[in-house]
Design a protein. Structure first.
Length: 201
């Protein structure tokens, strides 16, 4: 896959993921795992959610540059810039009903879109997202299992985010339960569809 195609995959994935995460977290059921930390940082620093996501990502990227820079590449930076900007751009577009059950399903749709967008970005194979980079860096450095590192990190960012003022809720739980599975399934589907048909490859 050449650089132009990688950029296309990263841009499309970033935009879809940003729209999905907004749809999920503004539905009124708390934040997604990392978004709980963004909410806390946003509250403390009096900045937008998109700006908070960028601040957190920069911190994670800097950590990885010193800890295991092999996890970071151009796609990591491009993804985070587009993702953070779009998170703020899409926020005014989020409108919900007065029926909680409908809003709950909109939240679930947001989580699905976030996972699909993340998978599309990941398919470019042009560097990990900042949170994934920290996960893999720790796992690689200490020979820990990735699933246990991710569980520990999820717990840490949610607790710290709540301490700063972020909101824990059903969105947090559903993201933990659904996002990983959806990302994996979407990646498998992309490989099957695109590589077999030579589309944008």
């Amino acid at each position: 896959m050449n650089i132009i195609k990688k950029i296309i995959w990263v841009v499309i994935g970033s935009v879809i993921a940003a729209f999905g995460i907004d749809l999920a977290i503004y539905a009124g059921f708390g934040g997604a795992t990392l978004a709980v930390l963004w909410q806390g940082v946003s509250y403390v620093l009096h900045i937008t959610l998109g700006q908070a996501s960028f601040v957190v990502a920069v911190g994670m990227i800097v950590f990885c540059l010193f800890y295991d820079r092999s996890q970071i590449y151009l796609g990591t930076i491009l993804y985070q810039i587009i993702y953070s900007v779009c998170t703020d751009l899409f926020q005014p577009l989020m409108h919900y009903t007065e029926t909680k059950i409908l809003n709950f399903f909109m939240m679930l749709m947001g989580i699905v879109l976030f996972a699909v967008g993340t998978a599309i970005y990941s398919y470019a194979d042009w560097g990990r997202g900042s949170y994934e980079a920290v996960t893999f860096a720790l796992a690689k450095k200490h020979s820990w299992q990735i699933k246990y590192v991710r569980i520990a990190l999820d717990a840490m960012v949610v607790l710290f985010g709540m301490f700063l003022g972020g909101k824990f809720g059903m969105c947090t739980i559903c993201t933990i339960l659904l996002s990983g599975v959806m990302i994996q399934k979407t990646l498998q589907l992309l490989h099957a569809m695109i590589e077999n048909n030579n589309i944008l490859e």
